[in-house]
Design a protein around this ligand. Structure first.
Ligand code: C5P
Length: 319
């Protein structure tokens, strides 16, 4: 049927990529910027969805940088880091939505459905104003990358888009590095702008994601793939999904696995076209999507029509 042809194939491999993206992936493999020294297994016998969910729950430690962590335990940093940890700040949510920024959200009319969730996570510069009908208007958490926070042209310090909801910033770290090592050479030097933003918006919760999580998650992605994946951290999308699985009873993810509206338009809010946005270049996005498809608890038909995947929150799993 149309459905089985058009829903994400969880056994996708780099053979399914266009030659340009296959070449980009191979270049990242030979560059190995983060000194990945993965020596573990690659699963030839697939884990069941239940086992894989338990691996995610038990091995990915989702925490925010706290004033007691290594180089942040200075009196200066105590003034900037939020006092409450994230779960003290938000408690826990029942139904959550994660909204990818994919171009396939255009004309989806998913906005009202997305807004019925108790909490909504968005990424980077993804706007709601002007796009409410397709992406909703609620923003509970916004996960941003360190490049966005650092690079002047991205207007992080001045665009009011960032003034709503809880902010979380993440930055690529060396493979399984200690916080100290990462702190000395972050990928982007976002700490200065973090402090400026905190001074200007002291009431808005703004967290720094503990970078250990990204490689704990990457190891699971690699273990469950049949080939070498990009030795770079998972995408914001994949990090956001796992963050919400720690905070929520159930997580609906929209247009991470593309629907029938799949397009090479990168973001619903821009006109830029690039297949890499959906299939991955720097990030091991193809393998992230294979994993998410494997643990989906919703119907394939809802992937096709709504780009929607349903995942259980970690607290509701029995391992
Ligand atoms: O581009 P950006 O990182 O801001 O987008 C947020 C996330 O949405 C990405 O990290 C990726 O996981 C997902 N995405 C996608 N397909 C696209 C665009 C974004 O899966 N075309």
């Amino acid at each position: 049927s149309l459905l089985s042809v058009n829903v994400w194939n969880e056994d996708s491999s780099s053979k399914n990529l266009i030659p340009r993206l296959r070449k980009v992936k191979n270049n990242y493999l030979s560059m190995n910027k983060y000194n990945v020294t993965y020596k573990g297994q690659r699963n030839t016998a697939k884990l069941s969805p239940e086992k894989l969910l338990c691996q995610l729950r038990d091995r990915v430690n989702v925490t925010m940088i706290h004033g007691s962590d290594g180089p942040f335990n200075t009196s200066e940093w105590q003034m900037y880091l939020p006092r409450k940890n994230l779960s003290q700040e938000v408690g826990h949510f029942r139904q959550c939505a994660v909204v990818s920024s994919a171009g396939s959200l255009k004309s989806s009319h998913l906005g009202p459905e997305i807004d019925t969730h108790d909490a909504v996570l968005r990424f980077n510069g993804a706007p709601t104003i002007g796009f409410q009908n397709d992406v909703g208007e609620k923003t509970t958490v916004r996960l941003v990358n360190s490049q966005l926070v650092t690079v002047e042209e991205q207007k992080f310090l001045t665009d009011t888009l960032y003034n709503t909801g809880i902010l979380i910033v993440w930055d690529p770290a060396p493979y399984h590095a200690e916080i100290n090592e990462w702190y000395r050479k972050p990928d982007y030097s976002f700490f200065a702008n973090y402090k400026v933003y905190r001074t200007r918006h002291p009431e808005q919760p703004f967290y720094i994601l503990n970078p250990k999580m990204q490689w704990q998650l990457w190891d699971i992605l690699q273990e469950n793939s049949l080939e070498e994946i990009q030795p770079n951290p998972p995408s914001s999308g994949m990090l956001g999904i796992v963050i919400m699985m720690t905070l929520c009873d159930e997580v609906d993810v929209y247009e991470f696995l593309p629907s029938k509206r799949q397009t090479d338009i990168c973001h619903y809010y821009q006109r830029y076209h690039d297949r890499a946005c959906t299939m991955g270049a720097y990030h091991p996005l193809l393998f992230e999507k294979n994993l998410v498809k494997h643990i989906n608890q919703g119907q394939n038909e809802l992937i096709y029509t709504h780009g929607k995947v349903t995942l259980p929150g970690f607290r509701n799993m029995h391992c």
